[in-house]
Design a protein around this ligand. Sequence first.
Ligand code: ATP
Ligand code: MG
Length: 344
Amino acid sequence: MVTVFKDFDVFVEISLKEDCMYENIRGLSFAQISRFVELKVPTLNARTKTLFKDEELIRGKTNKVLLKPEQVKTVINDQINDCNGKVIYIGNLKGGVGKTTIAYLLADIVSSLGFKTCAVDLDVQANLTQQFMEAKVEQPTFCDVIDNKINIKDIIINIAPTLDLIPSSLKNGIIQKSLLTQAPKHYLTWLNSLCLTYLRSKYDIIIVDTPPSLTTLNSVFCLCLKNNDHLVIPACADEFSIVGIGMFLEDVNLIRKSYKTTSKPKTSIIMNRFHQNQTLNLQMFVKMSKTYEEFFSKIVIKDLAKIREVTSNKTSISETKHSSELFEILAELLKEFNIVKTVS
Ligand SMILES: Nc1ncnc2c1ncn2[C@@H]1O[C@H](COP(=O)(O)OP(=O)(O)OP(=O)(O)O)[C@@H](O)[C@H]1O
Ligand SMILES: [Mg+2]
């Protein structure tokens, strides 16, 4: 049978829209929120009733209350830490280890919990950007800020009520060249005044996704990390990942040492895309945990079809059904990054 699309333009328009758009976060249910904090559904319900009028609440298809990001933050206020412009920098020289995936999932969940979030895409391939919007070459990006053509404020794009994005595009490929031709600078002061001081003052959490390479801009970002910030190194169970972590850490240490930086951002190497039934994966896991004992996180993210589904559909995880394993991983990450309080 041959299908003829009479309204082909309409079909293409709808398909493209569905493919390219991140669904705006509508809200989290009490059951979803309770997975991230130590509060049970009845407690969340009772707190909501005392804090908000019925007409201020939105409801889902089954009449369930869905809390908007700002409402979630108010209800769970005693369960979360003040993040005050915390930078979560995600890097590894090895490609395909899940840097962008973790950046996306994290940006989605922390913004849904009401944290004012800025996702920063530093990868020329613009994969994180494309999770949220269409990446356009003419879009103003970081390279325009570095060339002093635009202020950082003017490249920020609003994605959802508590989520903004600094997009990337192929144009960012000239950053390295541009930095080489500029006058020598004190990079710490330079990056802070160029963007970081502003971003830290405006957002609770800044999530930085990076390319699988060691660029000057990436090294300078690591140089500027403070005590409350977090350096996240996703890795897969293979030899290249072990080497990639080593080279990445060496680069970070080199620039921080040369500036005599004393701050100590927390570092977590997180095993991702793990296949627990594969012997080679287990052997590599043991090798990696011994090599980088000091930084090796107890969080292990399995290779999950659900993760691929969420990222390829570009949906918010709050819209995803049967995702308890994914929620568990995110709950652990929120504790690891000191965003949600842990029970002592
Ligand atoms: N835990 C996981 N389970 C299943 N699939 C995963 C998982 N983590 C990442 N992936 C998939 O692995 C692929 C690579 O992930 P991703 O693009 O996030 O890696 P990356 O480190 O950002 O890569 P690059 O260095 O090229 O930017 C993607 O197809 C993603 O959907
Ligand atoms: Mg990536």
